[in-house]
Write a protein that binds this ligand. Structure first.
Ligand SMILES: *Cc1c(COP(=O)(O)O)cnc(C)c1O
Length: 245
């Protein structure tokens, strides 16, 4: 046994921290899906995480995601992996993703949803998505506000090839995760409101609904305490990113 820090040891630590947060909140850890955010990291890191048990991977950039998916194609260990698009998505890139990604977390405009509808229709598939909400109303962030997200969800109900499973947010960067608790609580309340109004799908074979994608390295434990069903963790698993694309 060694005390070396590896992707595997990091992954175990993050899982333990999720479990402890669930215990504090009286939740079952099986209700929280860990998405390992591998953006900017090489495929070898993804494979290492997969061998350590990670099954869900999040990427921000379409080209980088498609490169990794292609590399994964000939690797038996990678067969059951699910890829999540979590970054701001340009409409002209949507066509590459359809059929390759399990969930798009970052639908931040109605026109993007329309583009997804168009491309998914061409391939005759239903694309599962989350609506991104800028709960903290940060100028620099993408996403709907808490009012326009409902209007968008109502319109998307008429799109036969787009299914909204829940909501996503990226809370502000902070040294003190407690300051983000209010935003997570707000997203949770909003998602349940939309769910009760039948603006979010009421069943899905692969995801527990409504999906609440919230919490990153700096604040995922608070997010879990506030009901996150999906956390997106990069740095705590893969280490610091050496560059930002
Ligand atoms: C990069 C990123 C993450 C992961 O961030 P870490 O702080 O490294 O855990 C999660 N969500 C989104 C949308 C990101 O862009």
């Amino acid at each position: 046994m060694s005390d070396e820090i590896t992707i595997e040891s990091n992954l175990r630590l993050v899982e333990d921290r999720i479990k402890a947060a669930c215990e504090r909140a009286g939740r079952n850890p099986s209700g929280v899906t860990l998405v390992a955010v591998s953006k900017t990291k090489p495929f070898s890191d993804v494979l290492e995480a997969r061998k350590a048990g990670a099954k869900e991977f999040g990427e921000n950039y379409v080209q980088e995601m498609m490169d990794k998916i292609e590399e994964a194609e000939n690797v038996p260990d990678m067969a059951l992996v699910r890829w999540h698009m979590i970054g701001h998505l340009q409409k002209n890139k949507v066509k590459y993703l359809i059929g390759h990604t399990a969930l798009i977390h970052s639908v931040d405009s109605l026109s993007l949803a329309e583009q997804i509808e168009k491309e998914a229709a061409k391939k005759d598939v239903v694309m599962r998505v989350l609506l991104e909400v800028n709960v903290a109303e940060e100028e620099s962030k993408w996403g709907f506000d808490t009012v326009s997200v409902k209007e968008a969800a109502e319109k998307i109900l008429d799109f036969p090839h787009v299914k909204v499973l829940g909501l996503m947010t990226s809370a502000p960067y902070t040294e003190d995760p407690e300051t983000n608790r209010q935003f997570f609580r707000e997203l949770n309340a909003l998602a349940h409101e939309l769910y009760d109004d039948k603006l979010i799908a009421n069943q899905d074979p692969d995801f527990k609904l409504p999906v609440l994608s919230m919490g990153m390295t700096g604040d995922f434990e608070v997010a879990v305490e506030e009901g996150a069903t999906m956390v997106r963790v990069g740095t705590a698993i893969f280490g610091n990113r050496s560059y930002r694309k």
